[in-house]
Ligand binder design. Structure first.
Ligand SMILES: [Zn+2]
Length: 229
């Protein structure tokens, strides 16, 4: 008999490695920096659901605070840089949910830490954007503090103040392997298949936390109270 755990999809929050970790790297975009005129908007209510999208030329300088450059680097907005090996494996295995894949020109790498005296390997990087997915944060079962009750059934945007674990509403996910969920577009969520992919290829500078255990609470507000029946 299949248990519920075996049939319910599991999801993970994707973040870059921590400050001070082996692959700690910052991105600085190089002038001219062009962005789209308008931010991504909800197709239903017109509310802003993301940051301005970066446009060409894709030129950066990297500041390496760790020891080596990883396969995943957080960009300045909603953009992320991935290494060529990440991109090739992602495409070869038919994973879904990333858009972009435009080559990024790395003009310079500034080493900000003491690292071993050996040449630094600089992978080719590509800019990607995790898609806005169909999966929606469960309005009842999450422990997320929001500024207001969401009014739009599409974007469910409410302004997140604190997260103490969340789950997706059953039936809303449509199979994307990496996406920004409705109701929490500021975070990147990935499928179990994506987690397996990262581990199998040993892709670096990615931290994956089960959504139920993910905590983000800069103002120490504590978990949202669960509704009482
Ligand atoms: Zn909306």
């Amino acid at each position: 008999m299949a248990s519920e755990a075996a049939t319910t999809p599991r999801f993970f929050v994707l973040e870059k490695g921590a400050l001070g970790s082996r692959y700690d790297t910052e991105v600085e975009t190089v002038d001219p920096v062009n962005v789209e005129d308008d931010a991504p908007r909800c197709p239903r209510c017109g509310g802003i659901i993301g940051l301005l999208t970066w446009l060409p030329p894709y030129r950066v300088e990297l500041e390496l605070y760790g020891e080596e450059l990883g396969d995943f680097i957080r960009g300045t907005g909603y953009d992320r840089l991935i290494s060529e090996r990440f991109m090739e494996a992602f495409r070869a295995e038919g994973l879904t949910g990333l858009e972009g894949f435009h080559p990024v020109e790395v003009l310079r790498v500034r080493c900000k830490s003491k690292r071993p005296r050996q040449p630094l390997t600089v992978p080719r990087y590509y800019v990607v954007w995790p898609c806005f997915g169909r999966g929606a944060v469960d309005p009842v079962l999450n422990r997320v503090r929001t500024r207001k009750t969401p009014t739009c059934v599409e974007c469910r945007s409410a302004g997140v103040d604190a997260i103490h674990g969340f789950v997706l509403e059953p039936g809303t996910w449509e199979g994307e392997d990496i996406f920004r969920p409705r109701g929490m577009q500021g975070d990147i969520v990935v499928s179990e298949r994506f987690k397996d992919f990262v581990e199998r290829h040993g892709l670096t500078n990615m931290v994956l936390t089960p959504t139920e255990q993910f905590v983000w609470d800069p103002a120490n507000l504590g978990p949202a109270p669960l509704p009482t029946a």
